[in-house]
Write a protein that binds this ligand. Structure first.
Ligand code: AMP
Ligand code: ZN
Length: 473
């Protein structure tokens, strides 16, 4: 058996078969962050979902090339840059750095390529040039370039592959300049936006005059540049299905760069949205959380990752703080069992048991049925705990189970590392604090605790005494 995925393009669950004739290489593209603010946990649900897809593919032995773009120029960014008073890169750089830090906090495998839109202007210009040459795009008097839906359809191509569109009700021939618009206002969309005073210093030269790219063309240009004109998987949140992904298909297939009979993308996967306490997240409702907000509340990256991975990706997920507390105790159950196995195995390395690994990961093959997989994991934890309590587990068995779990956790990415190596300078500070406490110099002890915190370590009481733990581990 192999991986099955629900393809938005065909609206059916299909066997995953890579385009690569050798069956080994897989191209995966996920629309990345628009770096105009800190990514919120809704965004993170989608990015963790793409990490899960990648990990599942790698677990199955595929060689994945994972691309996630950085949208560093679009309508929203330009507005904020203007408000900030700084330059485009000063503004986006801050949020881009935060994005990569957060990616690490959530234990996401770093994509192999994270292209910035602003560094792909030549590819974008070239793609627009092709669309113009093929008669699928046209220039307006202000110097902007638009994609013509009518011309595209006249050429026998289908606009509306991911979503059904009612062309009777649409105002074909009208134009929409903004990057985001609703299905009801479907219209020719901007590929190149002529420079206007509000853009400030954000513009590039082009054969059509100074201006900047539209959002949709950025993803077409960067994905095809790095993965070729046809690739396996394209992911994003459900809100991107229309217009963003529909427009990506139109631009990429309209350019006619695919081999005969090939599509731009073989499988489109869309993650459902995350709600907070049943409502759409919004700053005015006070239910808006960035990852950093949750870390500041004392939750670790792996707790948040675990919670985001509890529901099936196509189910709307209701985020709550109680849910995070539940994630904490579920992880504790895993940690306790794993640490007992580690103690019993006493450092001996076992070999994973293929049938156990399969049992715990098999549900994932059914369109990433993660709740099924967690069900199997907790069932196994229960059984293992029972055997551990009976004292019937040998060191050899413990080592085998441990190796099996570690293999399974290559997909989940939630386990604690075997030994959290503590650097000597941290150990020295912990000892200095113990000495200060012994001498009843609590002021000094507190100061050292603060110093440790600033270095990214917290102190934790364990039955074996106080130990330092890296924040977020
Ligand atoms: P953006 O930075 O707005 O371009 O969004 C980045 C990614 O996050 C896209 O794939 C969006 O579909 C996704 N996204 C935005 N809001 C949510 C949400 N509430 N839940 C899940 N995914 C979201
Ligand atoms: Zn995109």
């Amino acid at each position: 058996m192999g991986l099955k995925l629900l393809n938005t393009l065909t609206r059916s669950v299909q066997d995953f078969v890579p385009l690569d004739p050798s069956g080994k290489n897989v191209g995966l593209y996920c629309c990345g962050p628009t770096v105009y603010d800190f990514a919120h946990i809704g965004n993170w649900r989608t990015f963790v979902f793409s990490d899960l897809v990648r990990r599942c593919l790698e677990f199955q032995g595929y060689q994945v090339r994972h691309v996630m773009n950085i949208t560093d120029v679009d309508d929203k960014i330009i507005k904020r840059v203007k408000e900030s008073g700084g330059t485009l890169t000063e503004f986006t750089g801050k949020f881009e750095r935060a994005f990569f830090e957060d990616l690490g906090t959530l234990r996401c495998r770093l994509p192999h390529h994270t292209p910035r839109a602003t560094e792909h202007i030549p590819q974008i210009v070239e793609l627009i040039g092709r669309l113009l040459a093929r008669g699928l795009a046209y220039q307006t008097p202000d110097g902007s370039v638009y994609f013509s839906i009518q011309k595209y359809r006249d050429a026998g191509q289908q606009y509306g592959q991911l979503v059904h569109l009612n062309f009777e009700e649409m105002r074909i021939g009208e134009r929409v300049a903004s990057d985001e618009y609703a299905k009801e206002s479907v219209a020719d969309f901007a590929l190149w936006k002529a420079r206007v005073p509000e853009d400030g210093g954000v513009f590039w030269p082009s054969p059509w005059g100074e201006g900047r790219p539209g959002w949709h063309i950025e993803c077409s240009a960067m994905s095809m540049q790095l993965l070729g004109p046809s690739f396996d998987l394209h992911l994003g949140g459900e809100d991107l299905m229309f217009p963003h992904h529909e427009d990506e298909i139109a631009q990429s297939e309209g350019a006619g760069v695919q081999a005969p009979g090939q599509r731009f993308v073989k499988y489109w996967l869309h993650g459902a949205h995350l709600l907070v306490e049943g409502k759409k997240m919004s700053k005015s409702l006070g239910n808006f959380f960035t990852l950093r907000d949750l870390v500041a509340k004392g939750f670790s990256g792996r707790e948040i990752r675990y919670l985001l991975l509890t529901a099936h990706y196509r189910e709307t997920f209701n985020f709550t703080i109680e849910g995070l507390q539940g994630a904490r105790s579920s992880l504790q159950r895993i940690d306790e069992c794993v640490s007992k196995l580690r103690e019993l195995a006493a450092g001996s390395t076992g070999t994973a048991d293929p049938s156990l690994v399969r049992k715990l990961t098999l549900p994932l093959e059914e369109d990433l049925n993660i709740s099924g997989a967690w069900g199997a994991v907790f069932e196994w934890i229960r059984e293992t705990n029972r055997k551990l309590a009976d004292n019937t587990v040998t060191a050899e068995q413990a080592a085998t189970w441990l190796a099996s779990w570690e293999r399974v956790d290559e997909v989940f990415g939630v386990s604690l590392p075997a030994v959290a190596a503590v650097p000597a300078e941290i150990t020295a500070l912990v000892e200095a604090r113990q000495a200060a406490r012994k001498a009843k110099d609590f002021k000094q002890a507190d100061a050292i605790r603060e110093q440790l915190k600033a270095l990214g370590w917290v102190l934790e009481d364990t039955p074996k005494g106080v130990r330092a733990k890296r924040i977020g581990s």
